[in-house]
Design a protein around this ligand. Sequence first.
Ligand code: SME
Length: 158
Amino acid sequence: MRVEDKSAAYRQVLPRINALIEGEADVIAVMSTVICELHQAMPYFDWTGFYRVTAPEMLTVGPYQGGHGCLHIPFAQGICGRSARLKSTVITDDVNSQSDHIACATSTLSEIVVPLLDQHDNLVAVLDVDSDSPAAFDDIDKHYLEKICQTISQTLYS
Ligand code: SME
């Protein structure tokens, strides 16, 4: 997707997400709504979902759209686990070159994982997006997806 088109798509979806989740305190309602909006707005998002921290060092799948994902991912595994350990965004241009990548769909070629932190900087979940296009994610995705995670955090935890 062209850089201008990508930015325009994010700029369109962002206010919709903000308006839809404003004042909502239910975590599933917020996560489901964000995933729905992003998945429909961004044509190169082929799997879009949250993995939630449900036990020490353990992620469990949350609201998502796309084919079925792994149900549990330990922090020690996967690109999701790497992002959870680092508490920072991980962009993977070619998932097949990463030994820690967990393949839920063979069609996936690139991935971005963004941490969702609460007001005390504790990890609550990671936002995982997979694309069937190579190198689909860049700093524009990082910028907007991190902004969306900050909005979710403010909505739910402040
Ligand atoms: N690819 C992820 C696993 C989750 S699925 O892609 C939905 C990872 O390596 O952590």
